[in-house]
Ligand binder design. Sequence first.
Ligand code: WT7
Length: 659
Amino acid sequence: MTDSRAKTITSVLQEERSFLPSKEFQARARISSLAQYEELRQEASRDPEAFWAKKAREYLQWQKDFTQVLDWQEPHAKWFGDGQLNASVNCLDRHVEAGRGQKTAILWEGEPGDTRRITYAELLQDVCRFANALKELGIRKGDRVMIYMPMVPETVVAMLACARIGAPHSLVFGGFSAEALASRSNDAKAKLMITADGNYRRGSVVPLKNNVDEALRHAPTIENVIVLQRTGKDQQGTWNKEREHDWHELMQKQSDICPPEELDSEHPLFLLYTSGSTGQPKGILHTTAGYLLGCAYTFAETFDYRDDDVYWCTADVGWVTGHSYVVYGPLANAATVVIYEGAPNYPDPSRFWQIIEKYKVTIFYTAPTAIRSFIKWGDEFVEKQDLSSLRLLGTVGEPINPEAWMWYRQKIGQDRCPIVDTWWQTETGCIMIAPFPGATPTRPGTATRPFFGIEADVVDHDGNPVPDNTGGFLVIKKPWPSMLRTIYGDDERYRKQYWSHIPGMYFTGDGARRDEHGNFWIMGRIDDVLNVSGHRLSTMEIESALVSHSSVAEAAVVGRPDAIKGESIACFVTLEGKTQPTPELKTELIQHVVRHIGALARPDDIRFTESLPKTRSGKIMRRLLRDIAAGRQSNGDMTTLEDFSVLERLRHSEEQESV
Ligand code: WT7
């Protein structure tokens, strides 16, 4: 499967266009030449530990300095093991102490147009108060706290307050269902849930609190709930006063002094659940020092950060991009961050560009799927706006197609702004492969080269490097500070998933090739993980949701190429007994998946079939299903197919429309 996919993509992407940073950009850049880049790269690879130790002292403030850099007992890493620090101090107190208290930390734009500007001093005050509120509710160092919140400043306050008292947070994106929230809370054995009554999305209210109410019926470890009244649409009358607390009431009575916990470098900072190749999401565990160093340092270099920048990353804080590049990375650098609550096309598709104009955003970081949507909506929404403040653009989350890259460069960057295509994962914590914008020549479709100190390679099944321009597995050969430490509660799965496919190397799950210039071209997941609009979903998770419906006997889910979303969700379903396929059943199954996982997993296509193509050993032939879903003629080897006629019937169902 890997090899055939790799071949197709290699032949498609022969991208020769190359762009150098403009003289103007280069002149002011932190890393402003290939020679300077090369020097730092060599320093980092000669002695990675010395390099990271130096950066750890440069980028972080330590309450107790470290003497040990790395303790590596594969697959377990301890970085800066005997040091102590606090992430909230690094994001807040040290800036205020340095006289930066009046600098704007957050420029917030609510969907209905309400706005707030919050300084570092104010943010610190709120974080201290909220940290005291957490303590009042019995939260102690080590307790897990769920956060199911919209894109409002309070979400940042909640995260940093948890960090201040050493209570690992676990955010769940608001697009996940009550059931998904409950299962994550149960896995984390969380004590507290922080949520809002709702949030605004395309003019309507998303009822977050209702989902929490439903989740809590199956989440017995939660003792208390804090509710922010964002919309005021959910009346407190329905609240369970014993354990549900109003955010503002709680805050009012707190002191704004809260001494930070002195935490070990390896103290857990957060858990973040992500989809893997089984049905059960995994709680990716990140710890304090290494993670924060990774975010702070990559933020500064990849975005060529300067003190007067206005930076906007459009990701939701519920994803890792939001953790690392809305919260921890920028705030550790005392950056000014724009946060927007709503959708890119509400009230109309110029909303993003209006926000850039309004706040004079200089650095803009978004996902390829958003760029493709803007292309579809039309250039007129871009052209009306003044985008001259922009100086750097970034993308993340999925491979970017060269057309989208060129449009982004020309229409948004006006041929002036370098584009940093950043490859990384929830597991890697921070950016791993990306250009240094003042030095690296960029090409549409490649994230270019590894960051300093990151030993990435493309290898075959046995771990041998493959020749240039040949597809293989993307691996990381040395531990790095911001790597995940384990899968929460399942260290064996951690070992198996990441460190056993190819002994001695971190297995990313992505296919890639490297070209003759050393650029990495990411070709997408080689496991059963889908990337739908930059959101990571497991085919198994969707299959389990489908088969939990009483009418479904078997289900197979595959990705189908999609011009906007990258991949869309195609489901093949066989029905129980005499159940008849009807359009109503199709709708019901779609709703069923949404209820189980969330709106982000809504199937795009459900096809009923009498049976699924399987090998003699009973494995579903996904490659074939992918071809069918994509409407491609399958030319792969089919000799192991159990029943050839199945294939014909599936094709036929496609021509006739499934039901
Ligand atoms: C997967 C990780 C990293 C934050 C957002 C997603 C894909 C990510 C790129 C890129 C090609 C990319 C990979 C990766 N991916 N960035 N620049 N080019 N592919 O985090 O949900 O953990 O997903 O996203 O397939 O493995 P995630």
